[in-house]
Design a protein around this ligand. Structure first.
Ligand code: HEC
Ligand code: HEC
Ligand code: HEC
Ligand code: HEC
Ligand code: HEC
Ligand code: HEC
Ligand code: HEC
Ligand code: HEC
Length: 448
């Protein structure tokens, strides 16, 4: 075997004169070939050619691959990078037709189930944000370069191949979840699977999702970190068995749930994990007013199938009651009334149809898109500080101190109905009893 490699490397380096300068480094790399393992390693001839150069030119990359399951199973550089027939981004690389971007279509050659699920998920659709307010904000208000360096890094770019192994630098590198690839496939498996180790342990870690699921408009990792679930995960990381081949809650691990446990992971009743992250969501917590997902009862039942491995049904049902109450309350007290006022302002011409051109539009946007989401998402995933101080507190402050006064200024009388509703009657003053309670509380506690 070793003799073969040395002959092979000699062949490669003698025949490629431009790379002669690397010869000593590359020959050195032969000495670093992996020790024989229990598994039988069978690499393709072409794959061995890749290794002969890349062990020297990109040694850390090769080492990451050597640490992978792919290495153990004989999946080499060529197995993944060998160009699919018809891929417009095929490049001639030292005599081999390769693809630089290994798209989901390539992974799908061996992992059809995961790829199929993924391609049907919202993750794969994540570049379809043209028309959203977020897009106007980025593309028009902030300025186009903002979209390039922010939005598409999470959502995905439309990769433009320029030929000759080169890509438009404004579109690649990129590993957004909904990347549009030159071969027409959607997404990037390395959004979650760091290359070239492609380790499931890394993909299962909450930090992987937190790369994108963070910040004021979708603070999921922050909420998780605050929750008892996140605390238990950090305290018990060594018991989480993240490297296990199967990862079934209640069987392979018990200490805590992660994002993956609840949104993708296998359960004793449904042991196959899923790459379609939307299959367990009953609400959508993103829009100005939350609505149920299609087929929401079944989706909810499949989330509860996860919870019930660690909790009893009484607690899970009550949790969902609290969560629903929180979403319905948000809708009824803030979401629907503020949407109705915005509509009236638009219908009567008090505001233009141009997004973000007046203060009230910014305040309204932040109310639902940041604070209102934090409130709802905090309730969904047990992060009370997000439900309250980043959520309902901010919503209430902006609703009463900014939104209603601004709307009233733009169109006197437009808020009347809302202000007179039972939810907002307190604006007319607290009752005597409520005021006395407040005085008593501060006297007793702080003598003030
Ligand atoms: C003769 C040496 C040699 C061989 C053989 C070789 N490579 Fe490379 N490859 C290189 C070098 C050197 C670079 C880095 C070029 C650079 O940094 O600009 C590279 C770059 C790459 C890139 C990145 C291209 C880019 O523009 O980002 C990929 C992907 C790649 N090689 C894959 C492979 C695969 C797969 C094989 C086997 C089929 C292979 N290479 C065989 C030397 C080689
Ligand atoms: C399991 C499939 C797989 C295997 C095996 C694999 N690659 Fe890759 N490789 C990828 C993916 C995925 C990308 C990311 C392309 C993208 O989306 O931008 C990539 C990108 C690259 C790049 C360019 C990106 C960079 O970081 O510069 C190089 C170079 C490369 N691979 C070399 C290799 C070499 C050498 C081997 C063998 C040691 C190898 N690959 C094995 C999937 C694979
Ligand atoms: C030539 C076939 C082949 C290709 C192409 C391929 N894989 Fe694999 N992959 C395997 C085999 C074989 C295994 C090991 C057996 C198993 O776990 O199913 C594996 C295992 C994995 C694992 C589990 C790793 C672990 O730690 O348990 C992940 C994740 C993975 N592949 C992702 C990918 C991604 C992403 C791509 C594309 C960038 C890809 N694979 C391309 C054959 C392939
Ligand atoms: C840090 C990563 C990240 C950045 C940067 C980012 N997004 Fe997002 N975006 C997400 C995530 C994650 C979600 C899904 C949140 C959820 O489901 O709660 C999302 C949701 C959305 C949605 C809602 C989709 C729906 O179905 O309701 C739109 C629209 C959107 N983003 C557009 C944009 C635009 C435009 C930009 C740039 C101005 C941008 N995003 C920047 C990660 C990001
Ligand atoms: C949103 C993050 C994410 C993306 C994107 C993603 N994966 Fe995964 N993948 C995971 C997680 C998490 C696991 C571990 C699931 C488990 O065992 O609970 C996993 C596991 C796998 C496995 C191991 C077998 C299994 O099903 O557990 C394969 C193979 C795999 N992914 C392939 C792919 C391919 C191919 C793509 C692109 C089409 C892809 N993944 C995209 C997160 C992701
Ligand atoms: C590279 C960025 C990125 C990573 C990493 C990522 N996501 Fe997402 N995720 C998004 C974006 C963007 C959306 C919104 C897509 C849309 O609606 O357009 C989203 C949406 C979702 C949704 C809502 C799906 C639906 O059908 O409504 C869930 C749940 C989700 N992601 C879970 C996860 C989990 C769990 C992980 C980690 C294993 C993860 N994501 C990793 C970017 C990411
Ligand atoms: C204990 C289980 C659990 C954990 C852990 C968990 N989630 Fe959730 N997640 C939920 C539930 C329950 C919902 C609401 C489901 C519904 O609508 O019925 C939800 C909702 C979501 C949504 C949809 C928000 C929307 O816009 O509609 C996203 C995205 C999400 N979670 C991402 C994550 C990420 C990322 C992590 C880890 C940082 C995580 N979740 C951790 C249970 C969990
Ligand atoms: C892997 C096990 C596991 C899974 C799965 C899991 N949890 Fe938990 N959960 C726990 C543990 C352990 C605690 C901590 C109990 C304590 O406070 O001592 C906890 C705490 C909670 C709490 C806080 C209870 C309190 O007293 O403050 C709620 C609410 C909760 N879980 C709801 C859920 C829901 C809803 C799901 C499913 C979407 C879920 N959990 C999934 C293990 C799990």
């Amino acid at each position: 075997m070793r003799a073969f490699f040395i002959r092979l490397c000699t062949f490669v380096f003698l025949s490629i004169s431009t790379l002669q300068a690397q010869t000593p480094k590359a020959t050195g790399a032969v000495a670093h070939l992996p020790p024989p393992k229990a598994v039988h390693l069978k690499f393709s001839t072409q794959g061995q050619v890749c290794l002969a150069c890349h062990s020297a030119s990109t040694p850390a990359l090769v080492q990451q691959w050597k640490d992978s399951k792919h290495y153990q199973h004989g999946v080499d550089c060529y197995s993944c990078h060998k160009a699919n027939p018809g891929d417009p981004a095929t490049v001639d690389h030292y005599g081999q037709k390769i693809a630089i971007i290994v798209t989901p279509k390539y992974c799908g050659n061996c992992h059809a189930r995961e790829t199929d699920q993924y391609e049907h998920s919202r993750h794969a659709q994540a570049t379809q944000f043209i028309g959203s307010l977020d897009n106007v904000l980025g593309e028009v208000v902030e300025g186009a370069p903002a979209v390039q360096s922010e939005c598409v890094q999470c959502h995905g770019s439309k990769v433009k191949y320029l030929g000759d192994g080169k890509f438009d630098s404004s579109t690649w590198p990129n590993s957004g979840v909904g990347r549009v690839n030159p071969d027409g496939s959607l997404g990037s498996c390395s959004a979650c699977h760091g290359r070239h180790s492609f380790s499931v342990a890394q993909a299962r870690a909450p930090e992987t999702c937190g790369k994108c699921h963070m910040g004021p408009d979708h603070p999921q990792i922050e909420i998780y970190n605050e929750s008892m679930h996140g605390i238990l995960y950090r305290a018990n990381r060594d018991k989480m068995n993240l490297n296990s081949t199967t990862w079934i809650v209640g069987k392979d691990y018990t200490a805590a749930p992660t994002c993956v446990t609840c949104h993708m992971g296998g359960t004793p009743d449904h042991p196959e994990p899923t790459h379609d992250t939307g299959t367990r969501l009953s609400w959508t917590l993103r829009p100005a007013v939350s609505i149920h997902q299609a087929d929401w009862q079944n989706k909810r039942a499949s989330m509860q199938d996860v919870c019930l491995n660690c909790h009893a049904s009484g607690m899970v049902n009550n949790f969902y009651k609290q969560f629903d109450d929180s979403v319905n309350f948000y809708n009824a007290k803030y979401g629907e009334p503020s949407a109705a006022i915005m509509k009236k302002l638009a219908d009567t011409g008090a505001i233009t149809s141009t997004p973000f051109d007046t203060q009230i539009k910014w305040d309204y946007f932040e109310m639902w898109h940041h604070e209102g989401r934090a409130a709802r998402m905090g309730s969904a995933m047990n992060g009370p500080d997000f439900t309250q101080w980043h959520g309902f507190y901010e919503v209430a402050k902006d609703f009463y101190m900014k939104f209603l006064p601004e709307a009233e200024k733009l169109s006197p009388g437009v808020t009347k109905e809302v202000v007179n509703s039972p939810d907002n009657i307190w604006l007319k003053g607290l009752s005597k009893q409520q005021i006395q309670q407040e005085i008593d509380y501060y006297k007793k506690r702080y003598n003030q």
